[in-house]
Design a protein around this ligand. Structure first.
Ligand SMILES: Nc1ncnc2c1ncn2[C@@H]1O[C@H](COP(=O)(O)OP(=O)(O)OP(=O)(O)O)[C@@H](O)[C@H]1O
Ligand SMILES: [Mg+2]
Length: 489
C-alpha cells in the first residue's frame, strides 16, 4: 500500500475564509486598484444587519420608543420595590419567590405609571413587570437571554451594548443596562454566591452560573468601555453525533471513522479556534467510549457531559481572593493517573498539562483525548511542542516531536465558518517523524468553494483518498470499517 505524505509546506492551510489584503506595491503601480479594492471591502453600514427578527424567550419585540419607555420606568419600579421592602412595607414576602414578589411589583408599577402619566398597554406592562422581576430574582437584563434555549452565548461589551449568538449568528440586542453600576451589580450577583468579587486588584475572573454556564468578567481599567461579561451557556442537552451530522458539521463516513478510532483507543486531539465547537466534539467523541471503561476527566471549568457509569469528573480550582489555593489542571492530570483510569480526558490543554497528557498517552493510557486552541492541524503540533517546552522539560525539540508523534494519532480540527456554521474541517492523522518534523496526513477535509448570496458557505466534506495507517490498528481491535470509507466521491 502506497501512502503519500504531506510535508508541512505541502499541507493545506485551514480553509477559514480570509479577507483579501488591500496592500499593494508602493511603487505607484496598482494604487488605484488598491483604493478600489478597499472600497469594495468596506461594506456599507446599512447593509450590515445586527437585528434579529425572532423574539427572545417568547417576549414581545419592542419598537425603539417602547424600549426607551421600559428602560425609563424599569429602574424606578425596581428602586421603589426595593425601598418598600427595606422599609418593611413588604413584610412576609420572600423576595426570591416570583409568585410572592409579582403582586408587589404589579402594584408599584401601577403607582408609577399613574404618577408619570404613562398608562402602558397590557403588552408593555407585562414586559415592565417581567424585567423588574428579572432584576429582583434573576440576572437583570441578561435573564431573558439565559431563559432562551436557542441562545448560546451572551456578550456584554458595555452597559448599552449586549450582543448574543443564536444559531451561529451574532445579533445586537435592544436590551440595555442602565449604566456601568448596573452591570457591576449583576456581576456581583453572579460572583457573590461563589464568595468571589472583581475589583481593581482582581479585575478579571472566570466563574460559573448555577446551571453550569461559563462566565468571564473583566472590568475597568482593563476593559476600557466599561465592565464586560461573556457567557457561554451550558446546554443541558448536549449535541449528539446525529445532530452534528444533521447540521452538516461532519459526514457519516467521518463519524464512522471517529467512532472506530475512539473504540480502538487512538489518542485524539480536537483543535480549533475559540468557540469552534471543540468541547462539543470532545463530548461526542467521549460518548463513543465503551460503557465498561473507566474515565477520568480533568477540566478547568466542568463542561463535559458523559453518559458513563464509571466516570470521575475533576475540576481545577482557581485561586481564592488572596490569590492562593489554586489547584491547576496539571495536578489533576497527575492525580488522575493514580485513579486507575482506562482513559484520561483533559478538557483543554493550555499549558504545562500538555506534557503530562502526552506522557499519559505514551504510557498505557491510550484512548486519551483533549482539546487545544489552534489554527490548523499543523499549528496544533506547534502549539503542543511549545506547551511541552514551557512545562520545564530539558528535552530537545526533536525529542519532544518524537514524543508527540508516538503519542498522538489523530487531530480533529474544527472551525466556525463565516456564516456561523461549525464544521470539522480536517481529520488528520499523525504518521510519524521525518527528521524532527511530525508528519501529518489529512484523511478528511472540508473544501470551501465560496459563499452564496445569503452569505452561506458552499462547500463539502470529502475523503482525501489516503487510507490512514491507523486503519490497521482499528481492524486489529476487531472493528470493521466499510471498504469505501476513505474513497473520495
Ligand atoms: N457543530 C455545531 N453546530 C452548531 N452549534 C455548535 C456546534 N458545535 C458547537 N456548537 C455550539 O457552539 C458553542 C461553542 O461550542 P464549544 O463550547 O464546543 O466550543 P469550543 O471550541 O470548545 O469553545 P472555547 O474555545 O470557548 O472552549 C456552544 O454553544 C455549542 O452548543
Ligand atoms: Mg471549549
Amino acid at each position: 500500500m502506497f501512502i503519500r505524505r504531506t510535508t508541512p509546506q505541502q499541507q493545506q492551510q485551514p480553509q477559514e475564509p480570509t479577507l483579501g489584503s488591500a496592500k499593494e506595491p508602493l511603487d505607484g503601480r496598482g494604487v488605484g486598484e488598491a483604493v478600489e479594492k478597499q472600497i469594495r471591502l468596506t461594506i456599507p453600514k446599512d447593509e450590515i444587519s445586527w437585528e434579529d427578527t425572532a423574539p427572545i424567550s417568547d417576549r414581545p419585540r419592542l419598537s425603539k420608543e417602547e424600549r426607551e419607555l421600559i428602560l425609563r420606568l424599569r429602574g424606578k419600579v425596581h428602586q421603589r420595590v426595593v425601598s418598600d421592602f427595606e422599609r418593611g412595607f413588604a413584610k412576609g414576602i420572600d423576595m426570591q419567590n416570583p409568585q410572592q414578589v409579582r403582586p408587589l411589583v404589579e402594584r408599584v408599577a401601577q403607582d408609577i405609571m399613574e404618577e408619570e402619566h404613562v398608562p402602558l398597554p397590557a403588552k408593555l406592562r407585562e414586559v415592565l413587570i417581567q424585567e423588574v422581576l428579572d432584576e429582583i430574582i434573576g440576572y437583570g437584563p441578561l435573564q431573558a437571554f439565559l431563559d432562551d434555549p436557542t441562545i448560546t452565548e451572551i456578550m456584554v461589551n458595555s452597559a448599552d451594548k449586549i450582543f448574543y449568538e443564536r444559531r451561529g449568528r451574532i445579533y445586537l440586542s435592544d436590551q440595555r443596562f442602565d449604566n456601568d453600576d448596573h452591570v457591576l451589580r449583576i456581576i456581583d450577583k453572579i460572583l457573590s454566591p461563589l464568595g468571589r468579587q472583581v475589583n481593581e486588584r482582581t479585575p478579571l475572573m472566570d466563574a460559573r452560573l448555577p446551571d453550569g454556564s461559563r462566565v468571564n468578567v473583566i472590568i475597568p481599567p482593563l476593559a476600557i468601555k466599561g465592565p464586560c461579561v461573556t457567557i457561554r451557556k451550558f446546554s443541558r442537552k448536549p449535541l449528539t453525533i446525529e445532530k452534528l451530522i444533521e447540521f452538516g458539521s461532519l459526514t457519516e463516513p467521518m463519524a464512522i471513522f471517529l467512532q472506530a478510532a475512539v473504540r480502538a483507543r487512538l489518542n485524539i486531539i480536537v483543535s480549533g479556534g475559540t468557540g469552534s465547537g471543540k468541547t462539543t466534539l470532545l463530548n461526542v467523541l467521549s460518548n463513543f467510549i465503551p460503557p465498561w471503561e473507566r474515565i477520568v476527566t480533568a477540566e478547568d471549568a466542568a463542561e463535559l457531559q458523559l453518559q458513563h457509569e464509571n466516570w470521575v469528573a475533576l475540576e481545577a480550582r482557581p485561586p481564592n481572593i488572596e490569590g492562593q489555593g489554586a489547584i491547576p489542571i496539571r495536578e489533576l492530570v497527575r492525580n488522575a493517573l493514580r485513579m486507575r483510569p482506562d482513559r484520561i480526558i483533559v478538557g483543554e490543554c493550555r499549558g504545562p498539562e500538555a506534557l503530562d497528557m502526552i506522557q499519559a498517552m505514551n504510557t498505557g493510557h491510550e484512548g486519551s483525548m483533549s482539546t487545544l486552541h489552534s489554527n490548523s492541524p499543523r499549528d496544533t503540533i506547534y502549539r503542543l511542542e511549545t506547551m511541552i517546552m514551557m512545562a520545564g522539560t530539558e528535552l530537545p525539540q526533536k525529542a519532544i516531536a518524537r514524543q508527540i508523534s508516538s503519542a498522538l494519532n489523530l487531530i480533529v480540527h474544527a472551525s466556525r465558518l463565516s456564516d456561523g456554521s461549525r464544521k470539522v474541517v480536517y481529520i488528520t492523522e499523525v504518521q510519524g517523524l521525518e527528521g524532527d518534523t511530525v508528519l501529518l496526513q489529512d484523511i478528511f477535509v472540508f473544501e470551501q468553494k465560496g459563499v452564496d448570496a445569503q452569505g452561506k458557505v458552499i462547500g463539502r466534506h470529502r475523503a482525501t483518498g489516503f487510507r490512514p495507517l491507523c486503519a490497521e490498528r482499528i481492524r486489529v481491535a476487531g472493528i470493521e470499517l466499510p471498504d469505501d470509507l476513505f474513497v473520495p466521491d
